[in-house]
Write a protein that binds this ligand. Structure first.
Ligand code: SF4
Ligand code: SF4
Length: 328
């Protein structure tokens, strides 16, 4: 018997109301055919059609805001922050799972695309290769009308700026999709706070060195673990013992235990971004001091701004303008 016999009629408003009821702060629905036709990275397309043949017509994008208290802690490598963010991620995953179960109770098979899941077949043991998730949820969120991308290609939302975590739910319920925002939320190099604060200096002109960023946003992730074990295998026995009981092992153990420092890590660029209604209300007064800022970074930003004022947008912008948006 066809699955469709058991399917209840559903609207986009039903799905959004349920997601909000479950605790999502933002929810949008993207048409997967748009993402399939416009892969954010054409050289390495990661699209909904690759994940499911049957249940991927829509990407329901859920967002949970990051807590403001830890955003106001200025150190990028603050463990308390990693831990709080990991709890946000856990909550978001639970919301996504409950939404999947609710959709399925109504006859619509669904599946979760977590923000951190990397396809192991893609891993080639190269520390300079970024760990890419199955779908870029930041791009899906733009397709779902939740915001636009910023100078370092982070998602910006009108409500919380970039201070959200995202999860995706794939489902083929034929509900209405949201429209993309056409106007950029980012203020570009004239602002440049994400670049000025970046501890890895990996933000470019509408680009980001993702492999460089991984060393900060997942400081105790897989690369750190394999590098540490490599060093330990090569060390003398006496040194191996002290490495075993080091702070480094503790960090790795806690990351394996809870994901803190592996699926969460640096988010300074998210903290300091002035976009979002939450910034002035909860955060702004605490983040003007940016120890990672420098004259050299400011000069670079001034150069970017000059280039744009002369009407020459860089390659990075051209490649991503669908998701960055137009400037008013
Ligand atoms: S997460 Fe950290 S390292 Fe990566 S771009 Fe943002 S500030 Fe830079
Ligand atoms: S910090 Fe400024 S430049 Fe960076 S994404 Fe936010 S608005 Fe854009």
């Amino acid at each position: 018997m066809a699955v469709s016999v058991f399917q209840e009629s559903l609207t986009a408003a039903d799905i959004k109301a349920k997601a909000r009821d479950l605790g999502a702060d933002l929810v949008g629905i993207a048409d997967s055919s748009e993402i399939n036709a416009n892969p954010p990275d054409p050289d390495d397309p990661r699209i909904p059609a690759n994940i499911s043949d049957y249940d991927a017509d829509r990407v329901i994008v859920l967002a949970k805001r990051l807590s403001a208290g830890v955003t106001r802690i200025p150190r990028w490598d603050e463990r308390h922050k990693y831990y709080n963010d990991e709890l946000t991620m856990t909550t978001l995953e639970e919301i996504a799972l409950e939404l999947v179960l609710w959709l399925e109770a109504k006859g619509w098979p669904a599946l979760i695309v977590p923000p951190t899941h990397v396809d192991p077949w893609r891993y080639r043991g190269d520390p300079d290769e970024p760990m890419k998730p199955l779908l870029s949820l930041d791009h899906c969120a733009v397709e779902a009308g939740l915001g636009t991308l910023g100078l370092n290609l982070q998602l910006l939302t009108p409500e919380y700026g970039p201070r959200v975590m995202l999860a995706g739910v794939l489902c083929s319920a034929p509900v209405a999709c949201d429209d993309r925002m056409e106007t950029a939320l980012c203020m570009g190099p004239e602002c440049g706070r994400c670049l000025r604060t970046c501890p890895g200096d990996v933000v470019g002109h509408w680009t980001r060195d993702w492999a460089g960023c991984d060393k900060f946003r997942a400081p105790h992730g897989f690369h750190h673990l394999t590098d540490f074990m490599d060093r330990m295998l090569d060390a003398e026995p006496a040194q191996q013992k002290s490495m075993l009981r080091s702070e480094e092992t503790f960090d790795l153990w806690q990351s394996i235990l809870r994901g803190a420092g592996a699926i969460t890590g640096c988010r300074r660029c998210q903290d300091v971004c002035p976009v979002g209604a939450d910034f002035e209300r909860m955060i702004g007064d605490s983040l003007d001091d940016m120890p990672e800022d420098s004259e050299e970074k400011r000069a670079r930003l001034a150069g970017y701004a000059e280039t744009e004022a002369a009407g020459a947008m860089p390659e990075g912008y051209d490649a991503q303008k669908r998701w960055i948006g137009r400037f008013a």
